[in-house]
Design a protein around this ligand. Structure first.
Ligand SMILES: [Zn+2]
Length: 438
């Protein structure tokens, strides 16, 4: 009798859960665009000043929603943890031994621009005219400023309304991964290995991997969805160091300082003035060129601190740059008797290409997927770091794929609907390429 009841109970539960999922699915529309429009309306701005994880509690509103939506799709291990990370597994549909790959994007938006009350607008059949954003008509998106818009004439373009960013960085990535998950779950005939999904908080404030549980993730390779134009594939980032230079002067009462005082602020000023303005600085470099850049000066007459960032694609060049800067500092400080300085170099992140070159199939499969979907592959080095560079050096090799996002971190941020859809197609193709080659 008890067994019969249990049997009945299981069947009953099955129907309850299915009906709940059905209702949820009906309630939550499921094209990639509809997902995107829903996610951008949730404020998930991160905060560089916060020491908490996540840096802002509101990010969890989106992580909890994503976990619930994945659960409703039938992904039963989907979980949003206390730090705002979402982990989930799409089970394999093949008996082949396919490496476990992970798709990752970040849920937070940049602190540079408000993310409160984002009102997304879909401009259907975009005609090429300037797009005036209604809540601030000063904000105008033109094809002159954004030539990539020309490729979207006749397509649908999504913008914000003028007073906030859109948040395509990186909710485009989130929507693309969620839509891929839904497609794969509803198309079990598509052969693929085990796929892990990862959504991270705080990428924009450099803390995207701070509380990541690598063992819980259990993936061998990963792709971040955090790139721009359709067809771009990023496997190279800067290598980055930070330098903190502290100049010690000699303090004295200013009324009686003759022959005694050595002003650290003036030495700092001399050093800054001695930096070249036509090379070796962010203002005058592009492409594969590196630079040294003072980001912050603070201090009093007795002691001044200059914080620097040092960047190049070639990690070995960082030491060269640091030595050049050190020598310049030494020359200037030594001209002031009694002054001295401290010098601390910190490794920030490294060019992911050093790791990805050891696993060439990772980028090769992505390129093959792009081409199969009719895209021309463009490899652009990122003049910055991504979660992918950190993940790569944490043991999870991780190039970056396109999402279509444009004019990120600004009120003019926009994304093309067809790019979102193309990216989903690329991911579905990519997981099959992994299966074919296993
Ligand atoms: Zn991003």
């Amino acid at each position: 009798m008890w067994a019969l009841f249990r049997q009945y109970n299981r069947v009953f539960n099955y129907f309850v859960v299915s009906y709940y999922a059905y209702l949820t699915m009906r309630h939550y529309p499921y094209t990639v665009t509809e997902r995107f429009l829903r996610y951008v309306q949730i404020d998930t701005q991160s905060n560089p000043q916060s020491q908490l994880h996540p840096t802002t509690d509101k990010q969890k509103n989106l992580s909890q929603l994503l976990a619930a939506e994945l659960q409703a799709m039938g992904i039963t291990d989907a979980v949003a943890d206390e730090f705002g990370y979402v982990y989930a597994t799409i089970p394999a549909t093949t008996t082949k031994q396919v490496p476990v790959i992970c798709f990752c994007s970040h849920i937070d938006t940049a602190p540079d621009c408000s993310g409160t009350n984002v009102t997304p607008i879909v401009h259907k059949h975009y005609n090429g005219a300037p797009i005036v954003l209604p809540h601030d008509p000063q904000q105008i998106i033109t094809t002159e400023a954004y030539p990539y818009l020309l490729q979207h004439i006749g397509h649908d373009v999504i913008t914000a309304s003028g007073t906030t960013l859109l948040g395509a960085d990186d909710k485009a990535g989130v929507a693309i991964i969620m839509d891929m998950a839904h497609y794969l779950i509803t198309h079990p005939e598509v052969p693929h290995g085990t796929i892990k999904l990862l959504f991270t908080p705080d990428e924009e404030v450099g803390m995207g991997t701070a509380k990541l549980q690598m063992d819980l993730l259990g993936a061998q390779y990963a792709y971040t969805l955090d790139g721009g134009e359709a067809g771009t594939l990023e496997d190279e980032t800067f290598s980055a160091d930070g330098v903190v230079l502290t100049i010690h002067g000699v303090s004295a009462h200013p009324g009686y300082a003759k022959g005694k005082m050595v002003n650290a602020l003036k030495i700092a000023g001399e050093l800054l003035a001695a930096l070249p303005n036509n090379e070796w600085c962010p203002e005058q470099t592009s492409g594969k060129q590196g630079f040294v850049h003072p980001v912050r000066v603070s201090g009093v007459a007795e002691e001044a601190t200059i914080e620097w960032i040092v960047r190049d694609f070639d990690t070995a060049k960082l030491a060269e740059y640091e030595s050049r800067l050190y020598q310049l500092t030494e020359t200037i400080v030594s001209q002031h008797a009694g002054a001295r300085f401290d010098w601390v170099v910190t490794e920030q992140y490294r060019n992911m290409k050093e790791i990805l070159d050891q696993h060439p199939h990772l980028v090769a499969y992505a390129s093959a997927a792009y081409e199969k979907c009719g895209l021309t592959v463009t490899k652009t080095p990122i003049r910055g770091g991504t979660d992918g560079s950190r993940l790569s050096f944490m043991g999870l090799p991780c190039p970056n794929l396109f999402t279509g996002m444009q004019a990120i971190h600004s009120k003019k941020e926009w994304v093309g609907v067809q790019d979102l859809e193309k990216a989903v197609e690329v991911l579905v193709t990519l997981v099959q390429i992994w299966e074919e080659n296993s």
